[in-house]
Design a protein around this ligand. Structure first.
Ligand code: CA2
Length: 146
């Protein structure tokens, strides 16, 4: 059975509680339930984790080696700053998909740079919470092509 790790970075624990005009009204708990439903339908395993700490995300990426077949990551604002997370993704050699609620290229210029995008096999963005099940589908397609 395929195992996918879904990582959410800083501030994503606040989803649905603030700035609904930018990030929508769906909470992270709702998103995790959507992912669990998708996983059941596809008969795969999905584990969702969130941290506000760069090092914790890096430790989880390292530990995914040998345990998970794919990583889906919404690194939040670390997307635009973290060479360390980019290096962690490269180091584990696990197919990694970049995910964002918003379209980072349609927002402020400082969000246009993505270090995750340099090492991920693809990116899904601009679909809000619906992007999470879409990302699971995209990951399965990638893993099946291997
Ligand atoms: O669009 C995305 O998914 C982002 O990764 C979200 C990050 C942002 O820094 C990236 O540029 C794009 C921010 C997540 C903040 O989430 C909040 C949720 C509710 C209230 C405040 C922030």
């Amino acid at each position: 059975m395929k195992r996918i790790l879904i990582l959410n970075g800083p501030n994503l624990n606040l989803l649905g509680t603030r700035q609904p005009e930018v990030y929508g009204t769906t909470t992270l708990k709702d998103i995790e339930a959507m992912c669990a439903k998708k996983a059941a339908a596809l008969e795969i395993e999905v584990e969702c984790r969130q941290s506000n700490h760069e090092g914790v995300l890096i430790d989880w990426i390292h530990a995914a080696r040998g345990t998970f077949d794919g990583i889906i990551i919404n690194a939040g604002a670390y997307t635009h700053t973290s060479i360390a997370i980019m290096d962690a993704v490269t180091s584990v050699e696990i197919p990694t998909l970049e995910l964002h609620l918003s379209d980072i290229h349609a927002r402020e210029e400082f969000r246009h740079t993505s270090y995750i995008g340099k090492v991920a096999f693809d990116a899904i963005m601009g679909h809000g919470a619906a992007g999470y099940p879409m990302a699971i589908n995209r990951m399965i397609k990638e893993l099946e092509a291997k």
